[in-house]
Design a binder for this molecule. Structure first.
Ligand SMILES: [Zn+2]
Length: 239
C-alpha cells in the first residue's frame, strides 16, 4: 500500500513537473513578459562580483562536463571562467544598480522646443527565456520641458537595461521610464526593432523575422507627434 502511495505521489510529481515545463515552454516561446521590473531575488546583491564569478565558473564547468566535454582540452580549459566573467561583467552587468549611468541633466539654455531623436542605438541584450542574444536597434526621443540630457546618455541608458536577461517589451518600458525620470517629463518615446536568436537560430528558425516594440509617453501618444517620430526613424542618415 505504501509502495502504491509512493508510486502515486511520484506519478503526481511527474505530472506536476510536466505541467510546469509545458508552462515554461509556453512562456518561453511566446516571450511573455510577466513584470515591468526584472524579477530579482532579495539577496541579489549580497555576493560580490568576484564571489558570483567563482560560483558561476563552477556551474558552467558542471554543464559542460555533464554534456560530456573534456575540460582538460586546451581549447575548453578557460571556458567556464571566461563565461562566468562575461555574465557578471558584460552580458548581465546591468543587473547591478551600481552600474546605472548617472542621470546628469542640463538646462535647456538654447530653448530648443522640438523633438530630439537619438536613433539607431545598438542593442545587445539577452532573451531571459533561452539566454540567447537579442540584437537590434533602439530609437529614443523626447521633448524637453526645460531640461536636456547629453546625447550619449541615451545610448548608455539603453545599454544598461539591455545588459540583463530581458524581454524586449520590458526593456522598452524601462528605457522610457528612466528617461522620464531623469528629464522630469512624460514626453519620452522608444521603439526597438530587434532580432531574437532564440527565434532566428532555433525553434521556428525564422531568420528574417524581427520584433518591434514601442512605448509612447505623454505627447507622443498624440497621433501627429508619434508620426513625426516614426518618420525621423525612417529617414536615411547620409554622411
Ligand atoms: Zn527567447
Amino acid at each position: 500500500m505504501l509502495i502504491f502511495a509512493n508510486l502515486k505521489s511520484i506519478e503526481a510529481c511527474k505530472m506536476k513537473i510536466d505541467n510546469i515545463s509545458e508552462n515554461i515552454d509556453e512562456i518561453g516561446d511566446n516571450h511573455v513578459s510577466s513584470s515591468a521590473k526584472n524579477p530579482l531575488r532579495k539577496d541579489a546583491f549580497e555576493k560580490t562580483d568576484e564571489e558570483k564569478i567563482a560560483l558561476i565558473q563552477q556551474d558552467v564547468q558542471n554543464i559542460l562536463t555533464t554534456l560530456g566535454l573534456d575540460l582538460e582540452d586546451d581549447s575548453l580549459k578557460g571556458t567556464p571562467l571566461r563565461v562566468a566573467k562575461m555574465f557578471v561583467n558584460e552580458s548581465f552587468a546591468g543587473l547591478h544598480p551600481k552600474r546605472k549611468p548617472k542621470a546628469s541633466v542640463f538646462q535647456n539654455n538654447y530653448k530648443y522646443g522640438e523633438m530630439l531623436v537619438e536613433k539607431n542605438i545598438t542593442v545587445y541584450s539577452t532573451c531571459e527565456h533561452h539566454l540567447l542574444p537579442i540584437v537590434g536597434r533602439a530609437h529614443v526621443a523626447y521633448i524637453s520641458n526645460g531640461t536636456v540630457v547629453g546625447l550619449s546618455k541615451m545610448n548608455r541608458i539603453v545599454d544598461y537595461y539591455a545588459k540583463r536577461p530581458q524581454v524586449q517589451e520590458r526593456l522598452t518600458m524601462q528605457i522610457v521610464a528612466e528617461l522620464q525620470n531623469a528629464l522630469g517629463t512624460e514626453d519620452v518615446a522608444c521603439v526597438i526593432d530587434a532580432k531574437h536568436l532564440c527565434v532566428n537560430s532555433r525553434g521556428i528558425r525564422d531568420i528574417e523575422s524581427s520584433t518591434v516594440t514601442s512605448e509612447f509617453g505623454g505627447k507622443f501618444k498624440d497621433k501627429s507627434i508619434k508620426r513625426e517620430f516614426l518618420d525621423y526613424i525612417n529617414m536615411d542618415t547620409e554622411f
